[in-house]
Write a protein that binds this ligand. Structure first.
Ligand code: RB5
Length: 145
């Protein structure tokens, strides 16, 4: 898969670990920054990753900040994005099965590297179930109008 990734300074270490994991797993990673540990603004990186997802430059997006919350708030303001911030693998899987999430948000100050890999793996391995969930996604996306 083509996965666009981004973080602010507070998510930089975890994002860097997850880039290594994703590349080792054979995914094509598009790193949209930050590339430095200097303090920066998470909306800038949420915007860059979400632009890649909605333009089909990437299949999925992964965003990391301190909590994942600011990234998710920003990402969900971009038309076409369904972003979820989670801190457990069960919820991560459910965001794909039921919510067709196309952007995953994680908090470096919330989850450790091992759990983050479990979450990311559960998210990438799950497929949207469609069916009754598609009708709900249609209603969700209509809220953008
Ligand atoms: C940065 O200090 C922090 O506010 C940011 O990474 C994020 O957690 C915001 O939601």
């Amino acid at each position: 898969m083509r996965i666009a990734v981004g973080s602010d300074h507070a998510g930089f270490v975890l994002k860097s670990e997850l880039v290594v994991f994703l590349e080792a797993a054979g995914h094509a990673v598009l790193d949209k920054g930050t590339r430095l540990k200097e303090r920066c603004d998470y909306p800038d990186y949420a915007a860059a990753v979400c632009a890649a997802v909605v333009s089909d430059e990437a299949d999925w997006g992964l965003l990391v900040c301190g909590t994942g919350v600011g990234m998710a708030m920003c990402a969900n303001k971009v038309a076409g994005v369904r972003a979820a911030v989670v801190s457990d693998a069960f919820s991560a899987r459910a965001t794909r099965l039921h919510n067709d999430a196309n952007v995953l948000c994680l908090g470096e100050r919330v989850v450790g590297g091992g759990l983050a890999v479990q979450i990311l793996t559960a998210w990438l391995d799950a497929e949207f179930e469609g069916g009754r969930h598609q009708a709900r996604i249609n209603k969700m996306m209509a809220l953008e109008a």
